[in-house]
Ligand binder design. Structure first.
Ligand SMILES: [Zn+2]
Length: 465
C-alpha cells in the first residue's frame, strides 16, 4: 500500500533513478520510471494512486477526453510506475526488461523448443548470419550482397520469404478492398487510456503490437487492450533490430514476449511485427517455428519519426502521409485490397494524430478493421476458448457509426475477457482470404496464465483509469 506522502516522495525521484528509456521506432518518450515504485494489486489501487498523485499535482494528464485527445500534442504525459505482484513474482523467469533477451537459465521448456527451432534454422538457412554491429541498426559493415539472398526487408523491403523452402512471405496488405488494416505498435503505452477510450467510443478495434518489456512494466494497461477487444500481437522483448540477433536471442525476444502476454493477459498470440521491419529469412523461420505470422506494412505514417532525435520529419509530414493513403481510395488504389499502415501508440502525438485523422479515414475507406478480422482469423490465440469476429461479422457490427459501441463497450464493462473479442460466430466472408495458422510441428507454450483470470475482474474498472 502507499500513502500520498509516499506517492509524492516517488514523484520526486521520478527521472533520477536510472530511468530506462528505450529507443523505440525512433525513440520512446514514455519511459519506465521509478522501478521500485508502489505496489499495486489491482486496477482500483492503481486508480487511487493516480488520483492521489493527481491531487498532489505531479501527474499531468494532458489527454483526458476525446476532445483534448484530438488536439493535444504535448508529449510529456507522465506515468506512474507501479509494482504488480503477479509480474513481480514472475520476473526471475524472464529476461531483464529492455535488454536483449536470451534463454533464462533453468528454463528447460524454452531451451527444448529453441533446440528444435535452432536445428531447423541451421538446416534450412545455414548461411544467414546475424547482421551488423550491435542491435541498434548499424549495418554499415554488413557486407550484404545486392542480390539480396536473405530477403532482408531492411535492404530493399523484401517480403516474399522463400515459399519454395517453406519460409512464408510477410503480410503487407489486407485482402479486403477499400479496407484499412488497423494496427498500433509499441504499446502498451502507460498513458493510452484516453486513446483507448476513443477507440472504444467509436466501436473501433485494432491490432496491438505489444513490446514484452512494456507488458512487464504496464501489465494493467496491457490487460485493458485485451479487455477492450483489441487483437494482441508480439513486437519483441527489447525492440531492437531482429536480424542483428543470434538465433537464440531472436527466439528469446519472441518467446518471452509471447510468454509475458500469456501470463499477464491469459492468451498466447500467434502474430508479430518486427521493429523497424527488420526481418530476413532466418528470423522468419524462427518466428514461424513459434507459430507466429509476420505482419509488416504497406505504408508508413512516419508518426514515430516526428520529433525524434535526428529526424527531420515534421508533424505536418505525418498528416500528409496519412492523407496520401486516404487519397488512394479515390485513385482506385484499393479496389482489390487494403493498406496496412504503420502507426503507433508511442507518444501523445502519435495517438492524437490518429484521432485527428480517423474521421477522414472512416469517410474514405469502406471499412477500418483489426488485422485478425481482415484476414478472417477467428481464433487469434493458441487458446481455443477465445474467438474473434471474422471480416463479415466485424464489419456488420461496426458498420454505421459509433452506435456500434455496444459491442466494444460491453466487452469491457461486462468483464469477460473471453467475450471481449465479441460474438465471432463465423462463416468466412466470400471473396476474402483465409489465413490459416502456419503449419509447424513445434508445440506451443503449455504454461498456464497466472493472472489471465484477473482480466475479467479488472476490465470494468480499467475504464476509469
Ligand atoms: Zn516498434
Amino acid at each position: 500500500m502507499y500513502s500520498l506522502a509516499t506517492a509524492l516522495t516517488i514523484a520526486l525521484t521520478v527521472g533520477i533513478d536510472g530511468a530506462l528509456g528505450h529507443k523505440g521506432c525512433g525513440g520512446h518518450e514514455v519511459m519506465r520510471r521509478n522501478p521500485g515504485g508502489p505496489v499495486v494489486h489491482n486496477i482500483e489501487e492503481l486508480r487511487n494512486l493516480e488520483n492521489a498523485a493527481r491531487n498532489g499535482g505531479w501527474i499531468r494528464r494532458q489527454v483526458t477526453d476525446e476532445a483534448s485527445a484530438a488536439q493535444s500534442t504535448d508529449p510529456s504525459t507522465e506515468c506512474t510506475a507501479y509494482s504488480y505482484a503477479p509480474v513481480t513474482n514472475m520476473k526471475s523467469s524472464f529476461p531483464t526488461i529492455w535488454q536483449t533477451a536470451t534463454l533464462v537459465a533453468g528454463d528447460t521448456e524454452a531451451a527444448s523448443l529453441f533446440a528444435t527451432i535452432n536445428a531447423t534454422v541451421n538446416s534450412e538457412v545455414p548461411n544467414i548470419k546475424p547482421k551488423g554491429n550491435g542491435h541498434a541498426g548499424d549495418f554499415s559493415n554488413s557486407g550484404y550482397t545486392a542480390a539480396d539472398p536473405d530477403c532482408w526487408w531492411t535492404w530493399k523491403q523484401c517480403t516474399k520469404g522463400d515459399p519454395g523452402n517453406g519460409i512464408n512471405a510477410d503480410f503487407t496488405t489486407v485482402p479486403e478492398a477499400n479496407t484499412w488494416g488497423l494496427g498500433f505498435d509499441d504499446g502498451p503505452n502507460c498513458s493510452h487510456n484516453a486513446f483507448y477510450d476513443y477507440l472504444r467510443d467509436n466501436g473501433q478495434k485494432a491490432t496491438m503490437f505489444y513490446i514484452g518489456s512494456n507488458v512487464m512494466d504496464w501489465p494493467l494497461q496491457a490487460q485493458r487492450g485485451l479487455a477492450d477487444g483489441h487483437h494482441i500481437c508480439v513486437h519483441t522483448w527489447s525492440h531492437q533490430y531482429m536480424t542483428s540477433f543470434s538465433n537464440e536471442e531472436a527466439f528469446a525476444e519472441l518467446y518471452y514476449t509471447r510468454k509475458a502476454i500469456k501470463e499477464v493477459l491469459g492468451v498466447t498470440p500467434t502474430c508479430w511485427r518486427p521493429p523497424f521491419g527488420d526481418v530476413d529469412n532466418r528470423i522468419r523461420l524462427i518466428a514461424q517455428g513459434l507459430n507466429m505470422t509476420n505482419y509488416v506494412w504497406s505504408d508508413d505514417s512516419e508518426d514515430w519519426r516526428a520529433g525524434a532525435t535526428g529526424s527531420n520529419v515534421t508533424q505536418a509530414d505525418v498528416t500528409a502521409n496519412y492523407q496520401s493513403v486516404v487519397s488512394g481510395v479515390a485513385n482506385g488504389s484499393y479496389a482489390s485490397h487494403g493498406p496496412m499502415v504503420l502507426t503507433h501508440e508511442l507518444t501523445n502525438f502519435t495517438m492524437s494524430e490518429f484521432v485527428s485523422q480517423y474521421p477522414s479515414i472512416k469517410a474514405a475507406f469502406k471499412y477500418v478493421v483489426p488485422l485478425a478480422s481482415a484476414f478472417n482469423i477467428t481464433q487469434p490465440y493458441v487458446e481455443t476458448n477465445y474467438t474473434y469476429p471474422d471480416f463479415l461479422t466485424y464489419t456488420n457490427q461496426s458498420s454505421g457509426s459509433s452506435a456500434s459501441t455496444s459491442a466494444s463497450g460491453s466487452s469491457a464493462s461486462s468483464g469477460s475477457a473471453s467475450a471481449s473479442g465479441s460474438s465471432a460466430s463465423s462463416k468466412a466472408s466470400s471473396g476474402s482470404t483465409s489465413n490459416t495458422a502456419k503449419s509447424s510441428a513445434v508445440s506451443t507454450m503449455a504454461s498456464g496464465g497466472i493472472v489471465g483470470g484477473l482480466v475479467s475482474v479488472l476490465a470494468g474498472a480499467l475504464l476509469l483509469l
